[in-house]
Design a protein around this ligand. Structure first.
Ligand SMILES: Cc1ncc(C[n+]2csc(CCOP(=O)(O)OP(=O)(O)O)c2C)c(N)n1
Length: 301
């Protein structure tokens, strides 16, 4: 539970810290051989998830995330033990511990490990919401690598033609696995939706408070107009693509780390507030890991 005296700056910091420390723990567990398969962390990109997904209304809005989904899931409000259980393959995972982080389904949140695979699914969800006359919106998040998937452009066409209440969140972290942006993406990312008549906007910051204001406008635009929106966040990941597979220039990574969203946000808090957030997150992690231990291995199929 949040501390009673918390203000918005503290909450944003704590929510980002929860994602950061959780993923650091996941990488540690991975190195210890406790995680089967693979994992993709969003270390460095936490502000995007907290600012945009964290503002959605879980009672009515849907999220379709991708292979790099832990931050989106936690910002959406997914239970921490359910995520760790999914990654560790324990019975308390939100999908019984059999999906891993790339195949999560929790409430109105789902992730999809097929690059671009979630985009048409999200259009279907948005269409369903439209037909039901609901006021929920669907957010589908993709990386710059998915800009090369044909299904994206079929989906943009349908979303525009049918006025789907969908927000396409593009997190351009400048690499698709090991392929730098300039080798994989031609032209302007923000312009890619415009030929379909879809409103498009972009932001280049790691300041969660700036992202929050910008995201609230994008969310409200879709909620009120019931039309698609293309929202591009330029960002950077500090961690490897998955685990140990990092070919990027170390100086480049270090330069982006200067703009660490946690560092920016921590400058708005005092030492006591920072300690409080750290303790809260540590306690949440300890309890979630204990729940995984207690749950035991997932049922074998
Ligand atoms: C159809 C398909 N092709 C290839 C892959 C392997 N793959 C997983 S992530 C990834 C790169 C994705 O890059 P991007 O969309 O920029 O997202 P990021 O990893 O940078 O967050 C690739 C090629 C996949 N999961 N699905």
């Amino acid at each position: 539970m949040p501390v009673a005296t918390e203000n918005l700056s503290q909450i944003l910091y704590r929510d980002m810290l929860l994602i950061r420390r959780t993923e650091e723990k996941i990488l540690e567990l991975f190195s210890a051989g406790k995680v089967g398969g693979t994992t993709h962390t969003c270390i460095g990109q936490e502000a995007n998830a907290v600012a945009l997904v964290g503002q959605l209304d879980r009672q009515r809005d849907f999220v379709v995330s991708n292979h790099r989904c832990h931050g989106h899931y936690l910002a959406y409000g997914g239970p921490l033990d359910g995520l760790l259980g999914e990654i560790l393959g324990t019975a308390n995972g939100v999908c019984g511990g059999r999906g891993g982080s790339q195949h999560i389904k929790y409430d109105r949140f789902q992730s999809n490990g097929v690059l671009g695979g979630g985009i048409p699914i999200a259009c279907g969800i948005a269409m369903g919401e439209k037909l039901k006359g609901g006021d929920g919106i669907t957010v589908v998040s993709i990386g710059d690598g998915a800009l090369g998937e044909g299904t994206l452009y079929e989906s943009l066409n349908m979303a525009a033609l049918w006025d789907l209440p969908i927000l396409f969140l593009v997190e351009n972290n400048r690499y698709a696995q090991s392929t730098p942006l300039h080798l994989g993406v031609a032209g302007s990312i923000v312009d890619r939706a415009r030929p379909f008549g879809i409103r498009a906007d972009e932001i280049d910051t790691t300041d969660v408070e700036e992202l929050l204001v910008w995201s609230s406008r994008a969310i409200e635009a879709v909620r009120l107009d019931r039309k698609p929106h293309w929202a591009v966040m330029h960002t950077y990941r500090f961690s490897a693509h998955s685990k140990g597979d990092d070919t990027r220039d170390e100086d480049e990574v270090r330069a982006y780390q200067e703009k660490d969203p946690l560092r920016i946000q921590s400058a708005r808090l005092n030492a006591e507030q920072l300690d409080e957030a750290e303790a809260w997150v540590q306690d949440a992690l300890d309890r979630a890991l204990a729940a995984c231990d207690a749950a035991g291995e997932a049922m074998k199929l």
